[in-house]
Structures are given as structure tokens and as C-alpha cells.
Design a binder for this molecule. Structure first.
Ligand code: ATP
Ligand code: MG
Length: 693
């Protein structure tokens, strides 16, 4: 008999979801299940308990598929489930030793499946994955080849082209419709864009390269082949998906392909938190889930929010209550508190930064570690001034959702070497590597790549006659590639080879090479944790560790540090104290998002997501003026700002309105002070020492 003490902490609805379809005998044939409920109602917690419950009832951990929003979220879920299992069995859980072998994002799992099935679907199993920047570079190459960049009028930039392509393939919408709705200023280029995208698709196939979108598209196509779909579906007894509101129609069809009758399928989500419309995710997905199946999925709703105090929840509910449409119900909280969320008006960016730093330090003084506090913002660049101030004052922080560690040029260089060895037909990557050599420019690089077509890559490289200046470096590059490709250096030994080769190029190309070496050390540590080069490269491209996240080693887990995060990257998380920056029109809603009313609604949900991350304290900060980094034409400037339209006067009673710096009215004199405090006693002591000794 298995103990089920872990169920005691759950409420009856959560328990129902955890136990859905699990027979005491261990036969786990459950019909599809949807858990739909608001923020902080324990959806993720319920999912973790369900995984544990399944494992304790005999489910095979190798046959569970866990799909989450990030690798970090997957790892946390595994850890939670593992702890419950270990505690129930009276064992000690060993972190990082999860028996669940299939978990991660849709993209990462897709990449893994495609690699295993590559041979059956005409893919090269050595395919590499391009990140957005590489994809844009490849589009650019193709655009040049087609002569589109020399048009008289300005053709859309590479990033825009990629955006249009991505939208069309993800939403499965005709190009014409995408242009009309989302990119009207590009509509005149429809024919050229079609030609460009045809050529882009060809180039990717020739070069054995998949971009982010391809991972889902190919996986989706794979699931259309009945025999293969059956085979893949049979790999898993249980498929569990968190944050289902941010999946799109393609992801829904993949799940249907895996489990046509929904058996063993569990999805959880909250339509009020759908924030990925720009990736063609659709709220409809979650709402339509139950009726895709016959019989339809069981629906469990949850009512209680366990995360936030009652006043924080009331304010969040008020914000989302103004949404045009919404399906999940308001939650209740029994965590009473007399502290309403603060709506803090500050004069400008500097005031905002001062307010945050002061409050954070006060909180820490009062016993709240920095790790329990988070500053959230709409766009990664909004935290720039705060980062400077935190650095100046030696307050450690970790930022999520900003420039990623692997986007740094030197890290990209080293990864490019490994990726090129993995897939020598990848031209964008080859271009980057070849041009690291002194005296070799784009013209030579193109010739090298052309000479490799249809031949053994290392033979072609060895036969190539480089410019006189580059003869020695060329020989070294050839030797490296022979080591990596022909002698298939083992892993992570291959990493060491590449790193040794790269060191002189690092020193030559970057004046601050000494600083950059630290990043390469981190990369080396990460590489050592992977079984193969292919897994390392794919995972890093799909879900890169952030610049200073704990995964990359600095600061260490034991140290205390403040969390800085974009709202998008804060999904699913919670902190005792949360600060939201720039709660003004133009930031939330962002200027980018003020196009259609759908976009506005998505921005409202973003604010709701931000607010519902807070457990005990929440401050929304409203600067009167903020500093906007504009497009090159108008330069940077200060703009006067209005409080976000999502907090109209009709709901301000849910907030405690404050201004900063605090103005303190002295009781009798009527004199106001600026809030500056000085310790006159200390001054007097100092004076005394000077004069009295
Ligand atoms: P989000 O929508 O933000 O992803 P969620 O619905 O996934 O939130 P969780 O993160 O699972 O919510 O849980 C929120 C908090 O509530 C966590 O701290 C969790 O431990 C706690 N919690 C969940 N269920 C219970 C319960 N039955 N009793 C006490 N605490 C609970
Ligand atoms: Mg969650």
C-alpha cells in the first residue's frame, strides 16, 4: 500500500485532478483532463503532484512526457515530483537525477524526436538549429542572392522578413492575409516576399538547417503520417502540459497526433494569462481543448489563490476584470493583510530607481532576502538604469529575459565552430567561422563555402588556397575541422579542441578578451553536463541560459541576489515582493502593442501576469517622465507619461497611492521635508573628534 500523505495538503479539486484516471492497481488509463484556473491557484503544483502520483502508482518514468514553458520550469517540476516520490518512499531525493527522460519545451522535445526519426522523414540527422539571429542572417543571404536588396525602394529588413514568414507558417495563414493584417506597410512586396520565402525554405533544406518554427512544423507534419504518429504516440503513456494558454494551433494538433483520443493527456492553463499572441498562440486553444475529444475532456477548475494576499488579489482581479472577454473565474484568497498594493508616483527614471533600491534594502533589513524580491518590466531595456545603480551599489542581481549569454559575440563564435563541425553545410555558421581568421573576408568565405558543395568538407577545406596572409591560420582551421569531423573527437573533448583553437582568435578580435574568457569557462562547464555535442548545441540554441543565471554559475546558488525579469520570463513564478517598472502608457501597453484591440488586451493580461507574481507586497511604479530610447531618427528623449490605461480611476481604490520621494509634513510647523534623513549625532561625533583631539 502506498502512502498518500502528499495529497493531504491539496484541496478537493486539486486532488481530483491529481488522481484523475489513476487506478489503485497501477493501470493508468485516464481520459483527457483540462485544469483551467486563475493565477496562483496551484495548477503547476497540481501537475507536479500528478506526476508524483503517477510514478507512485507504477507509471514508467521513461514513458512520461512533460511539456513546459522553459527548461528551467521543466527541471523544477521534475524536482518537485521527485521530492514527493522520495519522501513517500522514505528515500532521499538526489537533485538532478530525475528518472523522467522526456521533458522540456515543445521545441526541445521536437528537436529530439526529429533527430531520432530524421532518417524516416528525409531529414539529415545531423541537422542544426538556427536561432532567430541566424535565421535572419540566412534570409539576408538569400535576399542578396535574389537581388532583392538592390531594389529602388527599401525592401523590408531581414528581421521583418523573418517576422512575416514566421507569422504565416505558425498561424498557417496565407501570406496575403498576414501582410494585410499585421504588416500592411509591406503589402506591396507580396510577390517578392513569396519568392524570398521559397528560396529561404530551399536554402534551409539544402543546408540541413532548421529554424525554431521548423521544429514544430516538422513535428506537426511528422504526426500527420499515421504509422509514425502511432509509433511516437506509443512512446508515452502520459503527456502533461503546463501553461497551455500559450500554445498555438500547431501545438494542439501535435498533441492530438500523439493522443488522438486524449488518453493520458493532461493540460493546465489560464486564459487570462495568455501573453504570446505575437507567436500566434491562441486563447482558443485552451477553450477548445475539451471538445476535441470523444468523449470530451474532464474539466477541473480551481477557486482558491494560495499565492497572494487578499488585497493584491483584489487589485489584480480589478485589472483583469476590465478585460473584454475572459473565461476563468475570479479566485479568492484567505491570506488577509491590511496592505494594499502601492501605486507609486515618482518624478522620473532616477526616482524610480531610487525608490526600488531604497525599498529593497529596507526589505532586506527587515529580513526578506533579495531572492524573494523581483523587479519586473515590459521590455528588457527598461531595467538599464536600475542595473547600473545596482552594480554601483554592489547589490547582486540576476536578470532573466534580456540579452542572452549565448548572444554575446565570443560565445557565438565558439558555438559556431562546434555547429559548423556538426553540420558543415550550414552556410551562415561557416561564414562566421571562416571570417574569424585574420585576412579573410566575406568574398573568400563565400568561395570556401562554394568549394565545399557536394564534397567531403574537410577535403575541400584542405584543398582550398587561402590568401597568403592566412596560410598558417588556415592550416590550423583545417586541422581543427579534421579533428572534429574526421576523427569525431569525443565529447566534451571536442569542446576543448575548439576552445584551444579559438583562444588566439579571441585575443585578436576582442580587446577585452580577458573578461570574455570567463564566459567561455562557463560555457565549458555547461558543455560538460551534456552527453553529446548535438544535444548541447540544440538545447543551448533553444533555451539558452541567461547571462548570469544560476545555470551559468554566477552568482552561486547560495548567494543572495535580486531578480530582474521581463514579464514574459516571469511566467509561473512567485516572489514575496514584486515591483513593476514603468506602469505608464507606452510601456504597458507598450507602443509596439498598441495596434489592434487584441494587442491591447494582451498587454492587459501582461500586467495581470506581473501583478499576480506577488505574494505579500506589490508596487506598481508610475514615473511622470520616462526616458525613451527612440529610433535613430529622433534620438533619445524624455517623454511625459500617463499612468497606464489599465488602471483607470474606477479601480484606484484597490491601491494605496503614494508619491516618492516621501514628503513628510512636520506635525506642528507645517514645514515639509524632502524625505532626506541625516544622522546629526554622527556628524557631531565627527566634529568632536576633529576639534577635541
Ligand atoms: P500560475 O498561474 O501563476 O502559473 P499556478 O496556478 O501554477 O500559478 P502554483 O505556482 O502551482 O500556481 O501555486 C501557487 C502557490 O500556491 C505556490 O506557492 C504553491 O505552493 C501554493 N499552493 C498551491 N496549492 C496549495 C494548497 N492546496 N495549499 C497550500 N498552498 C498551495
Ligand atoms: Mg503555474
Amino acid at each position: 500500500m502506498i502512502g498518500t500523505s502528499y495529497l493531504v495538503d491539496l484541496n478537493p479539486s486539486q486532488r481530483r485532478a491529481v488522481g484523475h484516471g489513476v487506478a489503485a492497481t497501477g493501470a493508468n488509463v485516464a481520459g483527457p483532463l483540462l485544469v483551467v484556473a486563475g493565477a496562483g491557484s496551484g495548477k503547476t503544483n497540481t501537475l507536479a503532484h500528478r506526476v508524483a502520483h503517477l510514478l507512485l502508482h507504477g507509471a514508467d518514468p521513461g514513458r512520461i512526457l512533460l511539456l513546459t514553458f522553459s527548461r528551467r520550469a521543466a527541471a523544477e517540476m521534475e524536482l518537485r515530483a521527485e521530492r514527493i516520490v522520495a519522501a513517500t518512499r522514505g528515500q532521499v531525493s538526489i537533485p538532478g537525477r530525475s528518472p523522467i527522460s522526456w521533458s522540456g519545451t515543445f521545441h526541445a522535445v521536437g528537436a529530439r524526436l526529429l533527430r531520432s526519426y530524421a532518417k524516416s522523414i528525409g531529414l539529415d540527422p545531423g541537422f542544426t538549429v538556427h536561432d532567430r539571429e541566424d535565421s535572419a542572417d540566412l534570409i539576408n543571404l538569400v535576399r542578396h542572392e535574389l537581388g532583392l536588396s538592390e531594389k529602388e525602394k527599401r525592401f523590408p529588413l531581414k528581421g521583418t522578413c523573418l517576422g512575416i514568414y514566421s507569422r504565416a507558417v505558425n498561424a498557417a495563414e496565407p501570406l496575403e492575409a498576414v501582410l494585410r493584417k499585421q504588416y500592411p506597410w509591406c503589402a506591396e512586396w507580396e510577390n517578392d516576399l513569396r519568392e524570398l520565402f521559397d528560396a529561404y525554405v530551399d536554402a534551409k533544406q539544402k543546408q540541413h538547417v532548421l529554424d525554431y518554427d521548423d521544429l514544430l512544423l516538422y513535428w506537426g507534419e511528422l504526426m500527420q503520417v499515421p504509422e509514425l504518429a502511432g509509433e511516437i504516440g506509443a512512446l508515452f503513456d502520459h503527456v502533461l502540459v503546463d501553461e497551455y494558454q500559450d500554445t498555438n494551433a500547431l501545438q494542439a494538433s501535435i498533441l492530438r497526433g500523439l493522443k488522438p483520443d486524449g488518453a493520458g493527456l493532461t493540460v493546465v492553463g489560464d486564459d487570462a494569462q495568455a501573453i504570446y499572441g505575437f507567436r500566434a498562440a491562441s486563447v482558443r486553444n485552451i477553450l477548445d481543448f475539451p471538445n476535441q475529444f470523444r468523449p470530451p475532456a474532464t474539466i477541473v477548475t480551481l477557486e482558491q489563490n494560495y499565492r497572494s494576499t487578499e488585497p493584491i488579489l483584489a487589485a489584480s482581479n480589478a485589472v483583469i476584470g476590465l478585460a473584454r472577454e475572459r473565461f476563468t473565474k475570479d479566485l479568492f484568497s484567505d491570506r488577509t493583510s491590511s496592505e494594499k498594493p502601492a501605486l507609486v508616483t515618482v518624478p522620473d527614471d532616477l526616482g524610480q530607481v531610487n525608490y526600488i533600491v531604497t525599498t529593497i534594502l529596507e526589505n532586506r533589513e527587515a529580513g526578506m532576502p533579495l531572492k524573494q524580491q523581483a523587479v519586473l518590466f515590459r521590455t528588457a531595456s527598461h531595467s538599464a538604469m536600475l542595473e547600473i545603480e545596482l552594480t554601483r551599489r554592489n547589490i547582486p542581481f540576476v536578470k532573466f529575459g534580456g540579452l542572452k549569454f549565448i548572444e554575446a559575440a565570443h560565445v557565438k563564435d565558439l558555438l559556431a565552430v562546434l555547429r559548423w563541425a556538426e553540420n558543415p553545410s550550414d552556410r551562415v555558421t561557416g561564414f562566421r567561422v571562416i571570417q574569424l581568421l585574420e585576412g579573410v573576408g566575406p568574398g573568400t568565405a563565400a568561395k570556401v563555402l562554394d568549394s565545399m558543395a557536394g564534397r567531403s568538407p574537410t577535403d575541400a577545406l584542405a584543398l582550398f588556397r587561402p590568401p597568403a596572409k592566412a596560410i598558417d591560420p588556415w592550416r590550423e582551421l583545417v586541422a581543427l575541422m579534421q579533428g572534429l569531423i574526421d576523427h569525431a573527437a569525443s565529447w566534451p573533448a571536442g569542446f576543448d579542441l575548439a576552445r584551444q583553437w579559438y583562444q588566439p582568435h579571441l585575443e585578436q578580435n576582442y580587446p577585452d578578451a580577458v573578461v570574455r574568457v570567463g564566459d567561455l569557462d562557463q560555457l565549458q562547464r555547461i558543455a560538460a553536463g551534456y552527453p553529446t555535442r548535438a544535444r548541447f548545441l540544440t538545447d543551448l540554441t533553444l533555451d539558452p541560459p541567461s547571462a548570469t543565471s544560476d545555470e551559468s554559475g554566477v552568482p552561486s546558488r547560495d548567494e543572495d541576489y535580486l531578480i530582474l525579469s521581463t514579464i514574459h520570463s516571469a511566467k509561473g513564478q512567485e516572489w514575496k515582493s514584486v515591483f513593476v517598472l514603468n506602469v505608464v502608457d507606452g510601456c504597458i501597453p507598450s507602443d509596439l502593442g498598441t495596434g489592434s484591440s487584441e494587442d491591447i488586451e494582451e498587454e492587459r493580461r501582461l500586467l495581470y501576469v506581473a501583478m499576480t507574481r506577488a505574494k505579500d507586497h506589490l508596487s506598481l511604479i508610475v514615473p511622470h517622465r520616462f526616458y525613451a530610447t527612440q529610433q535613430a531618427k529622433s534620438g533619445d528623449k524624455h517623454l511625459y507619461a500617463m499612468r497606464s490605461r489599465f488602471i483607470p480611476p474606477s479601480i484606484t481604490q484597490h491601491f494605496e497611492q503614494q508619491t516618492w520621494p516621501r514628503t513628510v509634513r512636520a506635525a506642528h510647523t507645517g514645514v515639509t521635508s524632502s524625505g532626506v534623513t541625516v544622522d546629526l549625532g554622527a556628524r557631531m561625533r565627527g566634529r568632536w573628534r576633529q576639534t577635541g583631539s
